[in-house]
Design a protein around this ligand. Structure first.
Ligand SMILES: Cc1cc2nc3c(=O)[nH]c(=O)nc-3n(C[C@H](O)[C@H](O)[C@H](O)COP(=O)(O)O)c2cc1C
Ligand code: SF4
Ligand code: SF4
Length: 280
Protein backbone atom coordinates (compact mmCIF):
# COMPACT_ATOMS: atom_id res chain seq x y z
CA UNK A 1 0.00 0.00 0.00
CA UNK A 2 1.12 3.56 -0.68
CA UNK A 3 0.42 7.15 0.31
CA UNK A 4 1.18 9.24 -2.75
CA UNK A 5 -0.73 12.52 -2.76
CA UNK A 6 -2.05 15.38 -0.64
CA UNK A 7 -5.75 16.16 -0.42
CA UNK A 8 -6.78 19.52 1.03
CA UNK A 9 -10.39 19.64 2.06
CA UNK A 10 -12.09 22.62 3.67
CA UNK A 11 -15.33 24.38 4.47
CA UNK A 12 -14.43 28.05 4.70
CA UNK A 13 -16.99 30.82 4.09
CA UNK A 14 -14.59 33.69 4.91
CA UNK A 15 -11.47 31.84 3.65
CA UNK A 16 -9.41 31.72 6.87
CA UNK A 17 -9.63 27.90 7.19
CA UNK A 18 -8.77 27.61 3.50
CA UNK A 19 -5.61 29.75 3.90
CA UNK A 20 -4.42 27.69 6.87
CA UNK A 21 -5.06 24.38 5.07
CA UNK A 22 -3.14 25.58 2.00
CA UNK A 23 -0.14 26.73 4.07
CA UNK A 24 0.02 23.41 5.92
CA UNK A 25 -0.04 21.66 2.54
CA UNK A 26 2.80 23.91 1.30
CA UNK A 27 4.86 22.69 4.26
CA UNK A 28 4.28 19.06 3.31
CA UNK A 29 5.99 19.77 -0.05
CA UNK A 30 4.27 17.10 -2.10
CA UNK A 31 3.51 18.11 -5.68
CA UNK A 32 0.52 15.85 -6.35
CA UNK A 33 -2.26 17.83 -4.72
CA UNK A 34 -6.05 17.68 -4.88
CA UNK A 35 -8.24 20.42 -3.41
CA UNK A 36 -11.84 19.82 -2.29
CA UNK A 37 -13.81 22.95 -1.41
CA UNK A 38 -17.01 22.04 0.45
CA UNK A 39 -18.01 25.65 1.19
CA UNK A 40 -20.68 26.07 -1.45
CA UNK A 41 -20.96 22.43 -2.50
CA UNK A 42 -24.52 21.42 -1.62
CA UNK A 43 -24.35 18.07 -3.43
CA UNK A 44 -24.97 14.90 -1.42
CA UNK A 45 -22.94 12.51 -3.56
CA UNK A 46 -20.08 10.63 -1.85
CA UNK A 47 -16.49 11.91 -2.07
CA UNK A 48 -13.78 9.26 -2.21
CA UNK A 49 -10.30 9.96 -0.84
CA UNK A 50 -7.73 7.18 -1.28
CA UNK A 51 -3.98 6.71 -0.59
CA UNK A 52 -3.77 10.28 0.62
CA UNK A 53 -2.27 12.54 3.23
CA UNK A 54 -5.30 14.71 3.85
CA UNK A 55 -5.78 18.05 5.61
CA UNK A 56 -9.34 18.85 6.68
CA UNK A 57 -9.88 22.41 7.92
CA UNK A 58 -13.13 23.89 9.26
CA UNK A 59 -14.25 26.90 11.31
CA UNK A 60 -15.36 26.72 14.94
CA UNK A 61 -18.92 27.86 15.62
CA UNK A 62 -20.01 27.94 19.26
CA UNK A 63 -17.00 25.88 20.37
CA UNK A 64 -17.85 23.03 17.98
CA UNK A 65 -17.35 22.20 14.29
CA UNK A 66 -19.54 24.53 12.18
CA UNK A 67 -22.71 22.43 11.65
CA UNK A 68 -22.78 22.75 7.85
CA UNK A 69 -19.13 21.65 7.71
CA UNK A 70 -19.98 18.63 9.87
CA UNK A 71 -22.83 17.72 7.55
CA UNK A 72 -20.64 18.00 4.41
CA UNK A 73 -17.76 15.99 5.90
CA UNK A 74 -20.17 13.06 6.23
CA UNK A 75 -19.99 12.66 2.44
CA UNK A 76 -16.32 11.67 2.57
CA UNK A 77 -15.29 8.03 2.36
CA UNK A 78 -11.59 7.62 3.15
CA UNK A 79 -9.55 4.55 2.16
CA UNK A 80 -5.93 4.00 3.20
CA UNK A 81 -5.56 7.69 4.12
CA UNK A 82 -4.17 9.67 7.02
CA UNK A 83 -5.60 13.01 8.08
CA UNK A 84 -4.64 16.22 9.84
CA UNK A 85 -7.78 17.67 11.48
CA UNK A 86 -7.54 21.47 11.73
CA UNK A 87 -9.97 23.89 13.36
CA UNK A 88 -9.83 27.65 12.87
CA UNK A 89 -11.41 29.95 15.46
CA UNK A 90 -11.87 33.67 15.97
CA UNK A 91 -9.52 34.21 18.94
CA UNK A 92 -12.13 33.31 21.59
CA UNK A 93 -11.80 29.52 22.02
CA UNK A 94 -12.22 26.27 20.10
CA UNK A 95 -13.48 24.24 23.09
CA UNK A 96 -14.48 20.76 21.82
CA UNK A 97 -14.23 21.44 18.08
CA UNK A 98 -10.89 19.72 17.45
CA UNK A 99 -11.70 16.53 19.33
CA UNK A 100 -15.08 16.43 17.58
CA UNK A 101 -13.44 16.86 14.16
CA UNK A 102 -10.86 14.16 14.93
CA UNK A 103 -13.62 11.68 15.87
CA UNK A 104 -15.76 12.64 12.90
CA UNK A 105 -12.89 12.04 10.44
CA UNK A 106 -12.09 8.72 12.07
CA UNK A 107 -15.69 7.68 11.49
CA UNK A 108 -15.28 8.54 7.80
CA UNK A 109 -12.38 6.05 7.59
CA UNK A 110 -9.32 8.29 8.12
CA UNK A 111 -6.41 7.68 10.47
CA UNK A 112 -5.72 11.02 12.23
CA UNK A 113 -2.01 11.43 13.03
CA UNK A 114 -1.62 15.08 14.05
CA UNK A 115 -3.95 18.05 14.49
CA UNK A 116 -4.05 21.78 15.10
CA UNK A 117 -6.11 24.78 16.14
CA UNK A 118 -5.33 28.04 14.33
CA UNK A 119 -6.78 31.53 14.57
CA UNK A 120 -8.65 33.44 11.86
CA UNK A 121 -10.32 36.84 11.78
CA UNK A 122 -13.65 36.47 13.55
CA UNK A 123 -16.63 36.34 11.19
CA UNK A 124 -18.21 39.17 13.25
CA UNK A 125 -15.08 41.38 13.16
CA UNK A 126 -15.67 44.87 11.72
CA UNK A 127 -13.10 47.60 10.98
CA UNK A 128 -14.51 49.69 13.84
CA UNK A 129 -14.64 46.67 16.21
CA UNK A 130 -11.86 44.30 15.10
CA UNK A 131 -11.56 40.75 16.45
CA UNK A 132 -8.37 38.98 15.35
CA UNK A 133 -8.38 41.30 12.32
CA UNK A 134 -6.45 40.07 9.26
CA UNK A 135 -5.58 36.74 10.78
CA UNK A 136 -4.17 34.39 9.70
CA UNK A 137 -1.29 36.83 9.21
CA UNK A 138 2.25 36.10 7.99
CA UNK A 139 3.26 34.72 11.38
CA UNK A 140 0.27 32.32 11.45
CA UNK A 141 0.89 31.16 7.89
CA UNK A 142 4.57 30.54 8.61
CA UNK A 143 3.53 28.48 11.65
CA UNK A 144 1.09 26.54 9.48
CA UNK A 145 3.81 25.79 6.92
CA UNK A 146 6.24 24.70 9.66
CA UNK A 147 3.53 22.49 11.09
CA UNK A 148 3.15 20.83 7.65
CA UNK A 149 6.90 20.11 7.60
CA UNK A 150 6.74 18.59 11.09
CA UNK A 151 3.70 16.51 10.11
CA UNK A 152 5.67 14.96 7.24
CA UNK A 153 8.49 14.24 9.70
CA UNK A 154 6.04 12.37 11.94
CA UNK A 155 4.86 10.24 9.04
CA UNK A 156 8.44 9.42 8.05
CA UNK A 157 9.17 8.34 11.61
CA UNK A 158 6.51 5.67 11.39
CA UNK A 159 6.23 4.74 7.73
CA UNK A 160 8.71 3.92 4.98
CA UNK A 161 11.77 4.34 7.19
CA UNK A 162 14.07 2.49 4.77
CA UNK A 163 13.16 4.52 1.68
CA UNK A 164 13.43 8.05 3.15
CA UNK A 165 16.29 9.15 0.90
CA UNK A 166 14.30 8.31 -2.27
CA UNK A 167 11.50 10.78 -1.48
CA UNK A 168 11.01 13.82 -3.70
CA UNK A 169 8.16 16.28 -4.14
CA UNK A 170 7.11 15.37 -7.69
CA UNK A 171 7.26 11.59 -7.38
CA UNK A 172 6.29 11.26 -3.73
CA UNK A 173 5.29 7.84 -2.45
CA UNK A 174 5.37 6.32 1.03
CA UNK A 175 4.93 2.57 0.99
CA UNK A 176 3.70 0.48 3.89
CA UNK A 177 2.86 -3.17 4.54
CA UNK A 178 0.93 -2.92 7.80
CA UNK A 179 -2.30 -0.91 8.12
CA UNK A 180 -2.02 2.79 8.98
CA UNK A 181 -3.82 2.13 12.29
CA UNK A 182 -1.07 -0.33 13.21
CA UNK A 183 1.73 2.03 12.20
CA UNK A 184 0.60 5.31 13.72
CA UNK A 185 0.05 6.06 17.42
CA UNK A 186 -3.43 7.36 18.41
CA UNK A 187 -3.82 11.14 18.27
CA UNK A 188 -4.68 12.97 21.48
CA UNK A 189 -6.01 16.53 21.22
CA UNK A 190 -7.53 19.08 23.60
CA UNK A 191 -11.28 18.94 24.23
CA UNK A 192 -13.95 17.18 26.29
CA UNK A 193 -16.08 14.12 25.75
CA UNK A 194 -19.03 14.17 25.72
CA UNK A 195 -18.72 17.36 23.69
CA UNK A 196 -20.53 20.49 24.78
CA UNK A 197 -24.10 20.83 23.51
CA UNK A 198 -24.65 23.25 20.68
CA UNK A 199 -27.01 26.04 21.71
CA UNK A 200 -29.97 26.52 19.40
CA UNK A 201 -28.96 29.58 17.37
CA UNK A 202 -31.20 32.65 17.29
CA UNK A 203 -32.35 33.07 13.70
CA UNK A 204 -30.79 36.20 12.21
CA UNK A 205 -29.26 37.29 8.89
CA UNK A 206 -27.34 40.26 7.51
CA UNK A 207 -29.39 43.24 6.36
CA UNK A 208 -28.96 44.78 2.92
CA UNK A 209 -29.03 48.54 2.38
CA UNK A 210 -30.15 50.62 -0.58
CA UNK A 211 -26.66 50.69 -2.14
CA UNK A 212 -26.98 47.04 -3.29
CA UNK A 213 -26.85 47.23 -7.08
CA UNK A 214 -27.79 43.58 -7.64
CA UNK A 215 -24.52 42.19 -9.02
CA UNK A 216 -25.53 38.81 -7.55
CA UNK A 217 -22.02 37.83 -6.44
CA UNK A 218 -23.14 37.17 -2.86
CA UNK A 219 -25.47 34.44 -4.19
CA UNK A 220 -22.33 32.52 -5.23
CA UNK A 221 -20.50 33.04 -1.92
CA UNK A 222 -23.37 31.92 0.31
CA UNK A 223 -22.76 28.33 1.53
CA UNK A 224 -26.44 27.57 2.11
CA UNK A 225 -28.16 29.27 -0.83
CA UNK A 226 -29.85 31.73 1.52
CA UNK A 227 -29.55 34.69 -0.89
CA UNK A 228 -31.68 35.45 -3.91
CA UNK A 229 -32.36 38.50 -6.07
CA UNK A 230 -35.66 40.34 -5.84
CA UNK A 231 -36.26 43.43 -7.98
CA UNK A 232 -32.55 44.14 -8.40
CA UNK A 233 -31.70 43.79 -4.70
CA UNK A 234 -30.30 40.81 -2.83
CA UNK A 235 -32.53 39.39 -0.11
CA UNK A 236 -31.82 36.72 2.50
CA UNK A 237 -33.80 33.83 3.91
CA UNK A 238 -33.22 34.02 7.64
CA UNK A 239 -34.07 30.32 8.11
CA UNK A 240 -31.18 29.30 5.82
CA UNK A 241 -28.58 31.82 7.01
CA UNK A 242 -25.73 30.45 9.17
CA UNK A 243 -24.36 33.96 9.99
CA UNK A 244 -21.06 33.02 8.38
CA UNK A 245 -20.69 36.66 7.20
CA UNK A 246 -19.12 35.77 3.84
CA UNK A 247 -21.58 38.10 2.10
CA UNK A 248 -20.81 40.89 4.60
CA UNK A 249 -17.05 40.60 4.20
CA UNK A 250 -16.92 40.21 0.42
CA UNK A 251 -19.63 42.59 -0.87
CA UNK A 252 -17.53 45.12 -2.84
CA UNK A 253 -19.56 48.11 -1.60
CA UNK A 254 -20.34 47.00 1.96
CA UNK A 255 -24.07 46.82 1.27
CA UNK A 256 -24.53 44.01 3.81
CA UNK A 257 -24.15 44.35 7.58
CA UNK A 258 -24.61 41.94 10.43
CA UNK A 259 -25.38 43.54 13.79
CA UNK A 260 -24.97 41.46 16.92
CA UNK A 261 -24.09 42.36 20.51
CA UNK A 262 -21.42 39.60 20.36
CA UNK A 263 -19.22 41.79 18.15
CA UNK A 264 -18.66 44.43 20.88
CA UNK A 265 -18.37 41.75 23.56
CA UNK A 266 -15.76 39.73 21.64
CA UNK A 267 -13.92 42.90 20.61
CA UNK A 268 -13.56 43.78 24.32
CA UNK A 269 -12.90 40.32 25.77
CA UNK A 270 -10.77 38.66 23.09
CA UNK A 271 -8.09 41.29 22.50
CA UNK A 272 -5.19 39.17 23.68
CA UNK A 273 -3.53 37.41 20.76
CA UNK A 274 -3.96 33.65 20.97
CA UNK A 275 -1.36 31.43 19.35
CA UNK A 276 -1.90 28.30 17.28
CA UNK A 277 -1.73 24.93 19.06
CA UNK A 278 -0.45 21.75 17.47
CA UNK A 279 -0.89 18.14 18.57
CA UNK A 280 1.15 15.03 17.64
C1 LIG B 1 -21.99 31.49 14.13
C2 LIG B 1 -20.53 31.64 14.46
C3 LIG B 1 -20.05 31.12 15.66
C4 LIG B 1 -18.69 31.28 15.98
N1 LIG B 1 -18.23 30.74 17.16
C5 LIG B 1 -16.93 30.91 17.50
C6 LIG B 1 -16.42 30.39 18.73
O1 LIG B 1 -17.11 29.68 19.47
N2 LIG B 1 -15.14 30.66 19.07
C7 LIG B 1 -14.33 31.44 18.28
O2 LIG B 1 -13.20 31.72 18.69
N3 LIG B 1 -14.75 31.88 17.06
C8 LIG B 1 -16.03 31.64 16.66
N4 LIG B 1 -16.47 32.09 15.43
C9 LIG B 1 -15.51 32.71 14.50
C10 LIG B 1 -14.96 31.74 13.44
O3 LIG B 1 -14.58 30.53 14.03
C11 LIG B 1 -13.73 32.35 12.75
O4 LIG B 1 -14.03 33.62 12.26
C12 LIG B 1 -13.19 31.50 11.62
O5 LIG B 1 -11.92 32.03 11.28
C13 LIG B 1 -14.08 31.50 10.38
O6 LIG B 1 -13.57 30.56 9.44
P1 LIG B 1 -13.71 30.71 7.84
O7 LIG B 1 -12.95 31.96 7.47
O8 LIG B 1 -13.02 29.52 7.31
O9 LIG B 1 -15.15 30.84 7.51
C14 LIG B 1 -17.81 31.95 15.09
C15 LIG B 1 -18.31 32.44 13.86
C16 LIG B 1 -19.65 32.29 13.56
C17 LIG B 1 -20.16 32.82 12.26
S1 SF4 C 1 -25.20 42.77 -1.58
FE1 SF4 C 1 -23.27 43.37 -2.59
S2 SF4 C 1 -22.51 41.45 -3.53
FE2 SF4 C 1 -24.70 41.15 -3.05
S3 SF4 C 1 -25.83 41.71 -4.91
FE3 SF4 C 1 -25.74 43.57 -3.62
S4 SF4 C 1 -23.91 44.64 -4.31
FE4 SF4 C 1 -23.72 42.56 -5.11
S1 SF4 D 1 -26.67 35.06 3.83
FE1 SF4 D 1 -26.02 34.17 5.77
S2 SF4 D 1 -25.21 32.14 5.23
FE2 SF4 D 1 -25.32 33.33 3.32
S3 SF4 D 1 -23.28 34.23 3.08
FE3 SF4 D 1 -24.55 35.74 4.16
S4 SF4 D 1 -24.20 35.35 6.35
FE4 SF4 D 1 -23.46 33.53 5.21
Amino acid sequence: MKLNQITICYYSPTHTSKKIAQSIADGLQIARRREIDLTTDTSTSPISIQDSICIVAVPVYGGLVAPVAAQRIRRIKAINSVVIPVVVYGNRDYEDALIQLRDMLQEQGFVPFCGAAFIGEHSYSRPEMPIAENRPDDEDLKMAEDFGKKALGVLLQHININEKENLNATDFSLSHQKTLEELLPPLNVKGNKPYKTLRTPTPQAPVVDESCYGCGDCIDWCPTKAISMVEGHSTTRIDLCTKCCACVKFCPIGARTFETPYTAMLHEKCKERRTPEIFF
